[in-house]
Write a protein that binds this ligand. Sequence first.
Ligand code: IPE
Ligand code: IPE
Ligand code: MG
Length: 258
Amino acid sequence: MESLKDKIDLQRLPRHIAIIMDGNGRWARERGEDRLFGHYHGVESVRDIVEASAELGVGYLTLYAFSTENWDRPEYEVMGLMELLVDTIRKEVPTLNKNNIKLHVIGDVQMLPDYAKEELKEALHLTSGNKGLNLVMALSYSSRWEITEAIKSIAADVESGKLESKNINSETLPKYLTTASIPDPELMIRTSGEYRISNFLLYQLAYAELYFTSVLWPDFRKENLYEAIIDFQSRERRFGKTSDQLRQEIKAESQNSL
Ligand code: IPE
Ligand code: IPE
Ligand code: MG
């Protein structure tokens, strides 16, 4: 079978892909099922996309699994999601290890129930030696929470003398974010036809290429990811410069490498 994978330039992969996995509830409703049914099927997509990213050689994949605001959903759904999460992590650790995938978590994990915290801690520990794909799960995450926490830590460090306020510059804040050791996403995908960021990596997405698709998350599979990457590769990332400047830079680089 022909795959879009063959059209991807493996030399120009996005180093970090971040995904807002949205549309599980609608997917279930279309089938006359409970919302949790959609979340269960969403896990299949997670497996597929993690596998595709590892196969391609993407460095970082961040998945927005649960937002700070999602705690306000009906208790039944929140509890169902927590159980699904713990169950999935427990079952997937051997596969993560087999594929050399290192798990990371960003978010306000203190909010998670104790059994979920324990399971996560264990999974982080068991995958900590892996050197392949970095899989970052955003759990109980919101950007405004993250930025507020970072500012509190900066204030505490200034107060204790660890940091001098005159030394605060554009490199300070990112070092205090939960993503301090993670490069900024280059491609951000949101499924389900919603065109918003929903409190996800507001600072880190400054220069990400945004890709929106109407496909609902439980239907999003490898070929959909390849399509997004091909689209990403067709874009000109200018970072505030002009097209002419970029062309000159590329020319200079290729002359230098001769
Ligand atoms: C995304 O699907 C998963 C989570 C937010 C946990 P939704 O549950 O938001 O599905 P829709 O948007 O209601 O269809
Ligand atoms: C964003 O989806 C959060 C996750 C995918 C985890 P939501 O479904 O919660 O976002 P809104 O409410 O439509 O903005
Ligand atoms: Mg949603």
